[in-house]
Write a protein that binds this ligand. Structure first.
Ligand SMILES: Cc1cc2nc3c(=O)[nH]c(=O)nc-3n(C[C@H](O)[C@H](O)[C@H](O)COP(=O)(O)OP(=O)(O)OC[C@H]3O[C@@H](n4cnc5c(N)ncnc54)[C@H](O)[C@@H]3O)c2cc1C
Length: 382
């Protein structure tokens, strides 16, 4: 393992690897080490639904995702790896009045930003997915440019291309501590040795608070287990990813034909638990078969779980912390960190390499919690 690096990125998920790739490609910083305690795809980046959407409530998230979707579209050609990118759109459903108002407001903002999102009466939604049972649905929204990808090759693509440019990726290597002088980092301590560096990125996803605590930095993020499952493959029939904003149900059909989906469950206690349960299957099956009754006949083949990385205001924590020099955060991406990683990696790499001050990183800074400047985002799944 390299004993010195310009930047050490802790966490080999999509976020850390995207930052590493952009540092190398955009800024020529190739002596970076990505330290990953497990294997690539072992964290949330290998356990998610692969949904990529620009339908958000805040202008900030919409504009970031417009850029990220463009980057996802170009990813396969640039990285020479098939990520099964498929633009079938996202169809959001709402079933109560406050959610309907919220959706109308969000779609207005989306249209102002140039998204092609349309509000649909339930009958029109049925034209997009004829198998939908629209009883109880008040309104829907559809953006044809939203998409799904297969997460694993996306992670591998970043990793392989970063390595080709000289980046080291150390798997099964855990960061256990830091060497510091005052507010300055001098080195990263791992179970396989030490790396001298002054710049560290915390890209540990749901484990980010644990890593930050090693430097006495307290993050307000909370890990929350989210379960997901996939079925036997079916002939392609479902175009969009369908998401119900009233209960957090979502499902899409992968390029291999499986129906992949999950649902929110607020009864799950916080914690770094990645176990699966029958309770999830029951909850998901009830909501799914109410929405598309035909799916009751389809067999579940596999279920798994990962951790969402939740923040108190549903917005991420990104950028340098005040207490420690050049200790950059890239966490708190709730259930949409995979889709944000392309654009975030690019922006964070620019910030690290050039010291560019981005207003976005001021708003998303950790200090907002102490200053009471909380943000909001109304279109969260889960
Ligand atoms: C069920 C589920 C469905 C989801 N669906 C979607 C979706 O459809 N679209 C979307 O955009 N997002 C989705 N998400 C969220 C998305 O997966 C995450 O936001 C994203 O993957 C976070 O990436 P990351 O790189 O920050 O974290 P991770 O992928 O979790 O990577 C963090 C890594 O840090 C490593 N690590 C931790 N501590 C240390 C240490 N001390 N030393 C070394 N390494 C360490 C971990 O082993 C881990 O591999 C979903 C998440 C789940 C769980």
């Amino acid at each position: 393992m390299r004993d010195r690096a310009s930047v050490v990125i802790v966490g080999g998920g999509i976020m850390g690897l995207s930052v590493a790739w952009h540092l190398a490609k955009d800024h020529g910083i190739t002596d970076t080490v990505v330290v990953e305690k497990g294997y690539l795809c072992g964290g949330a980046s290998g356990r998610n639904g692969g949904g990529v959407r620009a339908q958000f409530g805040s202008e900030e998230n919409i504009r970031l995702m417009q850029e990220s979707i463009r980057m996802c579209r170009d990813f396969a050609a640039e990285m020479k790896i098939n990520v099964w990118f498929r633009q079938g759109g996202y169809l959001f459903l709402v079933r109560n009045e406050p959610a309907r108002k919220n959706l109308e407001k969000s779609v207005r903002v989306q249209n102002e930003c140039g998204l092609a999102t349309r509000l649909l009466e339930p009958k029109e939604a049925k034209r997009i997915v004829p198998e939908l049972d629209i009883e109880g649905v008040l309104l829907a929204s559809y953006n044809p440019d939203d998409a799904v990808v297969f997460p694993w090759p996306f992670v591998w693509g970043y990793a392989e291309c970063a390595q080709k440019l000289g980046v080291d990726i150390e798997t099964f290597t855990e960061v256990t501590g830091f060497e510091t002088r005052g507010a300055r980092i001098e080195g990263v301590v791992t179970n396989k040795g030490r790396i001298r560096t002054n710049r560290v990125v915390n890209a540990c996803g749901a484990w980010s608070p644990e890593l930050a605590a090693l430097l006495d930095v307290e993050l307000p993020n909370r890990p929350h287990r989210h379960e997901i499952c996939s079925t036997e493959p079916l002939k392609p029939w479902l175009k969009p990813l369908v998401a119900d904003l009233s209960n957090g149900l979502y499902f899409s059909q992968s390029m291999r034909g499986e129906i992949v989906g999950g649902i929110s469950n607020e009864d799950v206690p916080e914690g770094l638990d990645m176990g699966s349960s029958h309770r999830f299957l029951a909850l998901y099956a009830r909501a799914l078969t109410r929405t598309v009754p035909l799916l009751g006949r389809v067999k579940v083949l596999r279920q798994w779980a990962g951790c969402y990385d939740l923040t108190p205001d549903a917005n991420p924590i990104v950028g340098e912390v005040d207490a420690i020099e050049h200790f950059y955060q890239a966490s708190g991406f709730m259930g949409h960190g995979f889709m944000m990683a392309p654009v975030m990696g690019k922006l964070l790499a620019q910030h690290i390499a050039e010291g560019t001050k981005l207003p976005l990183f001021d708003r998303w800074n950790l200090r907002r919690f102490a200053e009471g400047k909380l943000l909001s985002e109304s279109m969260i799944i889960g």
